[in-house]
Structures are given as structure tokens and as C-alpha cells.
Design a protein. Structure first.
Lengths: 266, 204
């Protein structure tokens, strides 16, 4: 009798599991970090024009989930603003490897749960050295990156030509991150663009933001030659993934243009 | 949190002695130090299943004690705005509260691209970073920089041949996504010698 009751209980449990009434709590899959890694973008960019001497944007701070686990992450998810130009030797941008840039933002570059270690979140800056004669602006001798302690929250990331020495400086709010070691005139084409993106290196990485809490970009502004700062009035949507990452625009209360990005949960 | 690194140097030396006794003097001891980690301290992760108190383990292979910074490294750092003073001037600042092995572990665990890597050079130093601090972001005003890291007793941990990600601009057009680029560079990591806090890292 007792054995029969036990069988009934087990059978009931099996039926519940099979019908989905009683299911294990959903787990966030540890998505794989596929190889080779690619660069996936979701965000907005301006046209290349000679009236742009810098760009800045406020980016909300969110925590992405990366491929692998959150302990052993080997993916990357970043959000940034940038000023960029084609090479003076390639003003039409036929070879993207010759583009120069200066950018600032934040991202996750490692596990977030490593006690005793900086928690994988950093403000970063990256810029290219004078490189038009090197054949590429993406090699070891061409790129400088700094990593700094994590941002406290939503932050304006700025990159602009400093009048005093004609170098491009990179800021996170009022924190000076770095500056280029040269005046880009003669190395960069005179037409510059502003860009604002979330970026990953694997589809298994999330861009910052989820559908219920997307990541907002606003204060999307450009610098004029005299230092005046104005809103971009036109930006184009740029993206690399058809379904995984998402984008929508909104009208920020601060004025100008704004957009949000997020990742679909798997 | 517990970092089970105690005595790893002693063990390392003992292992090297055994190898020497069996005629493998050229071999370098390889020891795996298991660092037990707990108590996540990062911001809330919207998607992660991790919960407070979750423990994890990482392994760091320690092959040899890294040598101190070379003049070449010091000069390269200085060329990029980080001034490093080693030797008597650094030790005059007092004994560090954070030992070298802890600083190495902190530096190595901070990024996925340094995890498991051996540092090429490590020194206790007095460090000033001349291009990092609080400044005026007005393009028409002097930057008026107030340095965040000035004469700071720090561990300088240098990694060679690190595969660092290239970010760079989005290129409109049909060729999306693009291949991810990486560049191989030296990376120095600054760890506060008194608090163990990560201060800054930069590629050379």
C-alpha cells in the first residue's frame, strides 16, 4: 500500500514537470563566447562634417551579462561616445583600418564577482596615435587604452579638440582620462563624426540594458571650433545584429535627440 | 573573502629546490594557487544568476617571481604620463600594507585578458599619473587638472603580450558585424600599496 502511494506521488510529480506546472526556476544561460569574436554595435552616428570638433553624450550605467559566467567572463560589453575621422590619406573612408578615433565610455571586461579584484567594470578611454603612414590604425603601435575605476552612475563622456594644444582630450564627467599625444590635423581628415554606441565582441554578450530597463543615451552633442556645444540634430541608427540587440529613439527632457538600447533575453 | 595565497612564495622555492635536486635546474616550478573568492561586490546585474555569497574559484599559475621594473619600462610609462620612482625613494614611503602577491592577484583578476597571465615585471613604487585627474571639461578653459594619483605608494604590475580589444568606430554599410580586432601590447596595472585598490591600467 505504502509502495503504491509512493508510486502515485512520483507519477504526479513527473506529470507536473511534464506539463510545465512545476518547473525549475529559469536560469540565465551561460552563453558561449563564440569564435572568432566579432564587433557588434547598437547605437547612433552622425555624418562626417568639418564643423564637428568633438562629441559627447550621457550614458546610463547598467550591468551587462557576458558570455561565459559572471565569474569567468571572457566577453566584453561597452558603451561609449566617440569622435572619429577618416584618414587624411583616405578621406572617403575606403579603408576603415585607417580611421582615427578618440573615445570614452564604460564597460565590463571581466568577471563581476571576483572579490579581492576590481570588479570587471571600468571607465575606459581609447585613442589612435598618428597612424596614416603606418598602413593601419589598429595595431600594437597605434592604439592606447586606459582603464579606470568604475563610474558611479550615468555619466557624460566627452571627446573634443582642446584649444590650448590642439590635442583631443577624453573626459568622463569631470574626470580627465587621457589625451592624444598629437594634433590630428594632417593625420585625420577635416571631416569628423560623433558616434554613440553599445558594443560587444560576441553575440553571447549583452549590450547594456534589458527590455524592462534599457540603457539611455542623451545629451548627444557636438563641439564647434570655438568650443560651443550644440545638440546633434540628425543621427543615423547603426547596428550589427538583426534580432539580438535593440534600439528605440525618444525625446529627452534635456533637449536634442536620445535613444535607448537593450538586449533580448535568451 | 579569503585569498589562499599564504606561503606561496615559500612553496614555490621548495618546489624549485626539489627540481634542482633531481637535475632539472632549468625547469621552473609551476604551482597552482587556488584563490577562493566570495561575496560579490559589483553592481546589481540585471541578467546574471549570481547571488550574493556565491563563491567561485579561479586558478592563477605562478611560475616565478617577476623581476622589478626595468628602465625601459619606466621610460615607456613616463612617455605616456606615468612617472614611477622605484628603489630607496619608494621604500622610504614605508612598508606596504598590501603584499606583492596580493597586488599581483588583484591586477591579474581585474580583466579577462590578464587572468592567468604571469606578470613580466613588478615593483613597489611611488607613482604620479600626470594625465589623469579631476579637470575642467570646458574646451575653452584650461583643463586645470588635479591629479588623482600623485606620489602614491603603488604596486606597478606589468604584463607582456596582452591581447587587448580594439574598439573603434562603427562603419556603416553591409559588412556588419565586422571582425573583432585586438592588439598585442604591454599593460601596466597600478594597485594602491596601502589599500589594495585598483587605481588604473594603461597599454604601452
Amino acid at each position: 500500500m505504502r509502495r503504491r502511494s509512493l508510486r502515485l506521488v512520483l507519477l504526479s510529480l513527473l506529470l507536473l514537470v511534464g506539463s510545465g506546472v512545476w518547473a525549475a526556476p529559469p536560469a540565465v544561460a551561460a552563453r558561449s563566447c563564440e569564435s572568432p569574436s566579432m564587433s557588434y554595435f547598437e547605437g547612433a552616428y552622425s555624418a562626417y562634417v568639418t564643423s564637428v570638433f568633438g562629441a559627447r553624450g550621457r550614458i546610463e550605467y547598467n550591468n551587462p551579462d557576458l558570455c561565459g559566467s559572471d565569474v569567468s567572463d571572457s566577453g566584453i560589453s561597452i558603451a561609449w561616445s566617440m569622435v572619429t575621422a577618416h584618414s587624411d590619406a583616405d578621406p572617403n573612408g575606403l579603408d576603415p583600418n585607417l580611421d582615427g578615433w578618440a573615445q570614452a565610455g564604460y564597460g565590463q571586461f571581466g568577471g563581476s564577482n571576483l572579490a579581492g579584484a576590481p570588479a570587471g567594470f571600468h571607465i575606459f578611454s581609447q585613442w589612435t596615435r598618428a597612424c596614416k603612414n603606418n598602413g593601419t590604425c589598429r595595431g600594437a603601435a597605434a592604439v592606447v587604452t586606459t582603464y579606470n575605476p568604475a563610474p558611479p552612475g550615468s555619466t557624460i563622456y566627452s571627446n573634443y579638440l582642446r584649444a590650448s594644444d590642439q590635442h583631443i582630450v577624453m573626459f568622463a564627467a569631470s574626470t580627465f582620462l587621457d589625451s592624444t599625444s598629437y594634433n590630428p590635423a594632417g593625420d585625420w581628415d577635416a571631416a569628423w563624426a560623433g558616434q554613440f554606441f553599445g558594443e560587444t565582441k560576441h553575440l553571447g554578450d549583452d549590450v547594456v540594458g534589458v527590455q524592462g530597463d534599457p540603457t539611455s543615451f542623451d545629451y548627444l552633442q557636438k563641439y564647434a571650433s570655438n568650443g560651443d556645444i550644440n545638440f546633434f540634430v540628425s543621427l543615423s541608427h547603426g547596428h550589427s545584429s538583426g534580432t539580438r540587440y535593440h534600439y528605440s529613439t525618444f525625446s529627452p527632457s534635456v533637449g536634442g535627440l536620445g535613444f535607448r538600447i537593450w538586449t533580448d533575453p535568451l | 573573502m579569503s585569498l589562499e595565497l599564504d606561503g606561496w612564495r615559500r612553496v614555490l622555492h621548495r618546489r624549485a629546490g626539489i627540481l634542482a635536486a633531481v637535475g632539472a635546474a632549468a625547469a621552473v616550478a609551476s604551482i597552482v594557487v587556488v584563490i577562493t573568492l566570495a561575496s560579490p561586490s559589483g553592481p546589481t546585474n540585471h541578467l546574471s544568476p549570481d547571488t550574493p555569497g556565491q563563491a567561485a574559484a579561479l586558478k592563477i599559475a605562478v611560475d616565478a617571481l617577476p623581476p622589478p621594473l626595468t628602465q625601459t619600462t619606466i621610460q615607456a610609462m613616463q612617455a605616456q604620463g606615468t612617472e614611477v620612482t622605484v628603489g630607496a625613494a619608494a621604500t622610504a614611503l614605508g612598508a606596504p600594507a598590501v603584499d606583492e602577491s596580493t597586488a599581483i592577484a588583484t591586477a591579474a583578476l581585474g580583466f579577462y585578458f590578464t587572468q592567468g597571465k604571469q606578470p613580466a615585471e613588478v615593483s613597489l613604487a611611488s607613482v604620479t599619473v600626470t594625465d589623469y585627474g579631476k579637470g575642467n571639461p570646458d574646451p575653452n578653459a584650461p583643463t586645470d587638472l588635479k591629479l588623482y594619483i600623485q606620489d602614491r605608494p603603488s604596486w606597478v604590475v606589468v604584463f607582456d603580450d596582452v591581447q587587448l580589444p580594439v574598439f573603434g568606430p562603427y562603419v556603416p554599410g553591409p559588412n556588419q558585424p565586422t571582425n573583432a580586432n585586438y592588439y598585442t601590447a604591454r599593460l601596466f596595472v597600478l594597485i594602491d600599496a596601502q589599500t589594495g585598490e585598483f587605481l588604473r591600467a594603461e597599454s604601452l
